[in-house]
Design a protein around this ligand. Structure first.
Ligand code: OAD
Length: 248
C-alpha cells in the first residue's frame, strides 16, 4: 500500500490541475450512512418512493419522514480527517476543487473553499408553488416545514427526475476535461450524470486515483491507482506522503 500511496502523491504533485470527486462514503466516518452499502439509506427507504420529485409532489409529508431522519443525522455530523485532508490539499495549492454529490456541507465546514455541489445543498429550502426561498435555520425543527403560502417546502437537494444545477454541471464538466489528476473518494459512481466525470477526466489523460472500501464499476477500467481502504486513513496518508515529498 505504501508504494501506491507514494505513486498517488507523486501524481498529485506532478499535476497542474487536480480535482476531487466525492460521494456519501467520505462522510460515513462522520456518522452519516451512505445510500447503497448494506444498511444504507436505500436499504430502508425505496428511492422511487422517497427520492423522486414525483413522489415529493404527490406526498411531501411521507418524503419528509426520510428527510427529517437525514437532517437529524447531518446536524450531528462533523468533518472527518478525509474532509480535512482535502481542505489541506487545497490550501497547499495541490487541489483546485471538490465536486461533491453530498448535501451535508462537511467539505465547507472542513475549510474547503471551492466546492461544487452537484446534487444541491440541504441548508436551504424552496417552495415549488410560489418559489419563495428560506434558509434552513428559519425552519429548523419544523417537520414538515411550511411556506408562508401554506404549501410544504422542499430542500434544495436534487431529487431523481430533477435537473442538476446548471452552473455545477457546466463547471464540473469543464474542469474534468482539463484536469491532470482526479481523486475519486467514497462513491459507487453509479448515478448519472455525475459518473460521466471520471470518464471525461480519463479521456483528458488524467491519472485517476480511487479511494474506496470496495472495488467499484470504475476500479478495473477507469482507475489507475486504487487505494482500497477507509477514506480517513487513505486521504491522511496521501496528504502526509505529499508533504514528505515536498519536504514539509
Ligand atoms: P453510494 O452509497 O452509492 O456509495 C458509497 C460508496 O462509498 C460505496 O462505494 C462504498 O463502498 C464507499 N464507502 C463507504 N464507506 C466508506 C469509507 N469509510 N471510506 C471509503 N469508502 C467508503 O453513495 P454515492 O455514490 O454518493 O443522489 O451515491 C450517489 C448518489 O446516489 C447520491 O448523491 C444520492 C443517491 O441517490 C441523490 O439523492 C440524487
Amino acid at each position: 500500500m505504501d508504494g501506491l500511496i507514494e505513486k498517488a502523491a507523486q501524481a498529485v504533485l506532478g499535476s497542474k490541475l487536480t480535482l476531487a470527486l466525492t460521494g456519501a462514503g467520505i462522510s460515513v466516518e462522520s456518522g452519516i450512512p451512505d445510500f447503497r452499502s448494506k444498511g444504507g439509506l436505500w436499504d430502508r427507504y425505496d428511492p422511487e418512493e422517497y427520492a423522486s420529485i414525483y413522489s415529493f409532489q404527490k406526498n411531501p409529508e411521507k418524503v419528509w419522514l426520510m428527510l427529517r431522519e437525514m437532517e437529524e443525522i447531518v446536524d450531528k455530523a462533523r468533518p472527518n480527517a478525509a474532509h480535512i485532508g482535502l481542505a489541506e490539499l487545497e490550501h497547499m495549492g495541490l487541489l483546485r476543487s471538490v465536486i461533491t454529490q453530498n448535501v451535508d456541507n462537511l467539505h465547507q465546514e472542513a475549510g474547503s473553499k471551492d466546492v461544487i455541489e452537484y446534487h444541491g445543498n440541504s441548508r436551504s429550502l424552496t417552495c415549488l408553488w410560489c418559489n419563495r426561498h428560506y434558509d434552513y435555520t428559519e425552519k429548523k425543527g419544523e417537520y414538515p416545514p411550511y411556506c408562508a403560502c401554506g404549501k410544504i417546502l422542499k430542500p434544495d437537494v436534487v431529487f431523481f427526475g430533477e435537473a442538476i444545477p446548471i452552473e455545477a454541471m457546466t463547471r464540473s464538466y469543464q474542469l474534468a476535461s482539463i484536469c491532470q489528476a482526479l481523486l475519486i473518494i467514497g462513491t459507487s459512481a453509479v448515478v448519472s450524470p455525475f459518473n460521466v466525470l471520471p470518464r471525461q477526466a480519463k479521456q483528458a489523460g488524467a491519472t485517476i486515483i480511487e479511494i474506496n472500501l470496495e472495488k467499484t464499476v470504475l476500479s478495473d477500467h477507469i482507475t489507475d491507482i486504487l487505494l482500497q481502504g477507509k477514506a480517513t486513513e487513505m486521504v491522511s496518508k496521501l496528504v502526509s506522503a505529499a508533504k514528505k515529498i515536498k519536504g514539509l
